[in-house]
Design a binder for this molecule. Structure first.
Ligand code: CP
Length: 311
């Protein structure tokens, strides 16, 4: 059987997303039932960028499934310096059952998957953050009861989370509006938008790409933002980016344009006072910590599926 990888949220069909969400919610409710399903299995976790949620949710998730996870920092690694991606992957698969990698260059994770006989999971690249969006869709399903209505994303459009949200909402059938500053350094990648439009035509959802924050948020069911300073952005750009992104800050006046019962989401880490104000982060509408928790449940379902333990 062909090994399945998870490099993009678009690797999953609408039906598969719905199946994984259903399983993730079941696992969350009854974790004991799955506590031995990955017994004696090892997850290799390779990190080029920092992480709290991804690292801990995968490692804790693997422990809860009866398996083990190895954290491997690229700074201590042979990859790219003394060893090719191919040789690195071909060696790792002799010890482990699954690879999870956070690499900046999406082409590297594609190369890893092309050479792996075990499943490879994209734990965030410059192009996409599919694990985040799988668990975000689970969180929306859990809180709203269905994947429908409108999600408004504000801020950095040229961002892995934005890209995966565009694809994920389009597959699932949710409308999505992205508002970011004008220009190729801030707007979503045109190829991703084209792919999302193709998927949206299939599911019947609508996509709006705009530079107007209020237009995006108008009547939204979910308002979502992410850091303006992704891990790869040099610190010296912070002042300039803060000026450019300021109109997209999620604050109480902006939230008033959304529906009364709209939810606020952020994949975290958040810089409070920058992309979102404290009064929104700490409001009753904010579900950011439930969202963070669901990373673990959704990834447990994903790992069980890739290991062939659920179908
Ligand atoms: N949201 C997210 O991926 O968080 P980390 O960078 O802490 O893993």
């Amino acid at each position: 059987m062909k090994t399945r990888h998870f490099l993009s949220i678009a690797d999953l069909s609408k039906k598969e997303i719905e199946f994984l969400i259903k399983k993730a919610l079941e696992i969350k409710k009854n974790p004991e039932k799955y506590s031995q399903n990955l017994r004696n299995k090892t997850l290799f976790m390779l990190f080029e960028a920092p992480s709290l949620r991804t690292r801990v949710s995968f490692e804790a998730g693997m422990t809860q499934l009866g398996g083990h996870a190895i954290y491997y920092d690229i700074a201590q690694s042979t990859l790219g310096k003394k060893e090719s991606v191919k040789d690195f992957t071909k060696t790792t698969e002799r010890y482990c059952d699954m690879i999870m990698a956070r690499l900046y260059d999406h082409r590297q994770i594609e190369e890893m998957a092309a050479n792996a006989s075990i499943p490879v999971i994209n734990a965030m690249s410059n192009r996409e953050h599919p694990c985040q969006i799988l668990s975000d869709l689970m969180t929306i399903q859990e809180k709203k009861g269905a994947l429908k209505g409108k999600l408004a994303y504000l801020g950095d459009g040229l961002n892995n989370t934005t890209h995966s949200l565009l694809l994920g909402c389009s597959i699932a059938g949710m409308n999505i509006a992205v508002a970011s500053p004008k220009g190729k350094d801030y707007e979503p990648d045109k190829k991703i938008v084209a792919e999302a439009k193709r998927l949206a035509a299939k599911s019947g959802s609508k996509i709006l790409i705009t530079n107007d924050a209020k237009e995006a948020v108008e009547s939204a069911d979910v308002v979502y933002t992410d850091s303006w300073m992704s891990y790869h952005i040099p610190a010296e750009q912070e002042k300039e980016r803060e000026r450019i992104f300021r109109p997209y800050k999620v604050n109480v006046p902006l939230m008033k344009h959304a529906k009364k019962n709209a939810l606020f989401m952020h994949c975290l880490p958040a810089k409070r006072g920058q992309e979102v104000t404290d009064d929104v982060m700490d409001s009753r509408q904010s579900i950011v910590f439930d969202q963070a928790e669901n990373r673990m449940h959704a990834q447990k379902a994903l790992m069980l599926r890739l290991a062939g333990k659920i179908r």
